[in-house]
Design a protein around this ligand. Structure first.
Ligand SMILES: [Fe+2]
Ligand SMILES: [Fe+2]
Length: 126
């Protein structure tokens, strides 16, 4: 068990999205685990995997929200774009940061999004 746990409270009610959110938390746990070893290259590799999967997830989620006719989809997509822009920016600065600093940025923006902001569209699956 890592520090990030999926709980029913963060379920949005769509199996595909909930499965991807679980996977994102697992990937974040893997990064946290490697963090403890101070293996900087390993940390970067694990973070890169987390960021790649985040892109896949955002794309899939946007497609599902479109299929379900979510009214605030444009606003939600804009939030995804902001996250990608800020993690890309952090990623480009990665050599000036410790693995931990980089992870904190990624963790804050991505995990806050899936555990709080994604809850805003939950009602479309109700
Ligand atoms: Fe999401
Ligand atoms: Fe989202």
């Amino acid at each position: 068990m890592g520090p990030f746990q999926w709980t029913p409270q963060i379920a949005v009610g769509n199996d595909h999205i909930d499965g991807q959110h679980r996977r994102l938390l697992e990937l974040a746990n893997e990064v946290a685990e490697i963090m403890a070893t101070n293996d900087y290259d390993g940390i970067l590799k694990a973070l890169d995997g987390l960021l790649d999967y985040t892109r896949v997830h955002f794309r899939d989620e946007e497609e599902i929200l479109r299929q379900f006719g979510y009214a605030d989809i444009d606003q939600h997509i804009a939030k995804h774009h902001q996250i990608i822009a800020s993690v890309d920016f952090a990623w480009r600065q990665r050599h000036a940061m410790t693995g931990e600093e980089l992870f904190l940025i990624v963790r804050d923006v991505i995990l806050r999004h899936i555990t709080v902001v994604d809850g805003e569209y939950r009602q479309i699956f109700g």
